[in-house]
Design a protein around this ligand. Structure first.
Ligand code: HEM
Length: 504
């Protein structure tokens, strides 16, 4: 054998060994995945197992979480669900293993609606890690009956014409002063400032008598709580979830301090000058005269204060950016606001709900922003007994993930779904279940009208008098926990002089 033949032989052997190794690794991986699936499905029995929707349970322990996080850390979060559609067809319902549980993912309007409207068979099913952050006694952890009672008590004073009317003036003053202040500040993190602005409003409703120091310290802590909300539940220093747990502890301590002070005031028989939501929560009694415990009050507050500012702050930022990036839409929205402003009687000070109702085009701008941005991209339920959706089994105890993002971007309902086009809402009312920006059923967001009011008032004054210039207009977008530019939208807000306002 020549040296050349010897070398060729050695190469051939190496290639063959590498191929065998690759096949063995593939078989081992495939075997591990099948074993993982089998371990979770074997209890179902053959008949029920065959009726599960198509899909795969991913890897042992982590399930499909790597694929999910990879997609949501890329610039194409929709590639996660797209890979299920590509592999298993457009069934709109898939099995997976997410956040430590076997899960059925629902991605289309009709099936989402069925789950959302059926409280008898689907209860909230948020991962334990999320419940530990928001609080076991908040709406994500309590019984259906208790939810109904607390929801009635807390949602009524927030929503509805009367309630919104009460908050309008405060919101308007805050918007006017905040915009004026930003215009003097040079470069700001627009998103960070908007979150402060929406936090101030929700604090006014829930804890109106607290001072600026409490407001500032709570708002800062919420940032850490939020970043841990959709992260892997790794409670080790350096990880987002660990920081979030620490943030929760701080929130509990601050709120307990406020609660103790209020109780002391009540013991002295001093009644508050103005009752806010915290006072109401302290006063609720059940049929036997029982009051809510401190833990219950604090968990409901932590949930509301969080839900009540993060999403509105983000949506206000995106709506402003979409308007700035689409000059024609900006001008149309501005024209509407100028007409509304012009028609305000000279004797009237500021906006009333009558003007808000006239903001028809602006309302479409906001709905379109909500639809595209998908702040709450997914929600969790749990089946209380074996259920069937489109003929597929949802086994008792399995999680159901409702992919609001996929529903809101469904091309069957919204052609060119990623195009920002407020006019698509002209003479269009989506069928029940096909617009889920605020969820649906008994868990529909109780702050939906308040959020739209805040955003409308902000955009009214912004459109009339201001413009925004971004430092990094092509900044990368991060999708977890909520979509945001990685620079938190560094920008300058400039006040246009009155002359240029008149010209446009
Ligand atoms: C643009 C702003 C907002 C968006 C996009 C939004 C979105 C949502 C969504 C999708 C849900 C349903 C979650 C599910 O199906 O389980 C929800 C629930 C909730 N939201 Fe909002 N929300 C916003 C603003 C607000 C505001 C301003 C408040 C407070 C006043 C609030 C308080 C809540 C609460 C307490 C829940 C839980 C309701 C329950 O379980 O009964 N949200 N929100």
């Amino acid at each position: 054998m020549t040296t050349q033949e010897g070398e060729q032989g050695a190469w051939g052997l190496a290639v063959a060994l590498a191929a065998v190794a690759a096949v063995l690794v593939a078989m081992l991986c495939g075997g591990m995945r099948r074993l993982h699936e089998w371990a979770w499905e074997r209890g179902l029995g053959e008949d029920r197992r065959r009726r599960l929707p198509p899909g795969d349970m991913g890897w042992p322990l982590v399930g499909n979480m790597w694929a999910f996080l990879r997609a949501f850390k890329s610039n194409d979060p929709d590639s996660f669900i797209a890979s299920f559609i590509r592999r298993y067809g457009h069934t709109g319902i898939y099995k997976a293993f997410m956040f430590g549980s076997p899960t059925i993912m629902v991605t289309v309007p009709e099936i989402s609606k069925q789950v959302l409207m059926d409280d008898d068979h689907y209860v909230p099913g948020w991962p334990k890690a999320t419940c530990d952050l928001i609080g076991k006694k908040s709406f994500v952890g309590i019984s259906q009956d208790e939810h109904k009672r607390l929801r009635r008590l807390t949602a009524n004073p927030i929503n509805g014409y009367e309630a919104l009317n009460t908050y309008l003036q405060f919101i308007e003053n805050t918007v006017i002063h905040t915009l004026e202040r930003w215009a003097t500040m040079g470069q700001i993190e627009f998103l960070t400032e908007l979150r402060r602005f929406t936090f101030r409003i929700i604090m006014r409703i829930f804890m109106s008598s607290e001072n600026e120091v409490v407001v500032e310290s709570l708002e800062r802590v919420y940032t850490d709580l939020n970043y841990g909300m959709r992260a892997m539940a790794i409670n080790i220093p350096g990880f987002a979830y660990h920081r979030a747990l620490k943030a929760r502890k701080k929130l509990v301590a601050v709120l307990q301090g406020v609660l103790d002070k209020r109780k002391a005031t009540r013991r002295k028989k001093l009644s508050p000058a103005h009752k806010d939501m915290m006072d109401r929560l302290m006063e609720i009694e059940d049929e036997k005269g029982g009051r809510l415990s401190d833990e219950e009050i604090i968990d409901v507050l932590i949930m509301y204060l969080n839900a009540g500012h993060e999403s509105s702050g983000h949506i206000t930022m995106w709506a402003t950016l979409f308007l700035q990036e689409n000059p024609e839409i900006f001008e149309k929205a501005k024209l509407e606001q100028k007409e509304i402003q012009r028609d305000i009687p000279p004797t009237q000070k500021g906006l009333t709900m009558k003007e808000i109702r006239k903001m028809e085009y602006l309302s479409k701008v906001i709905d379109e922003t909500l639809r595209i941005v998908n702040i709450s991209f997914v929600s969790f339920r749990k089946a209380t007994k074996d259920m069937y959706l489109n003929g597929y089994l949802i086994p008792k105890g399995w999680r159901v993930q409702l992919w609001y993002r996929s529903v809101n971007l469904d091309p069957q309902v919204y052609p060119e779904p990623k195009k920002f086009n407020p006019s698509r809402w002209d003479n269009f009312t989506p069928k029940a279940g096909s617009f889920l920006a605020f969820g649906g059923g008994s868990r529909l967001c109780p702050g939906n009208d308040l959020a739209k009011l805040e955003i409308s008032v902000f955009l009214h004054y912004f459109l009339l008098d201001y413009q925004l210039t971004r430092e990094n207009p092509h900044c990368r977008v991060r999708y977890l926990p909520h979509p945001r530019p990685t620079d938190n939208c560094l920008a300058k807000i400039t006040r246009l002089n009155k002359a240029s306002v008149q010209e446009t």
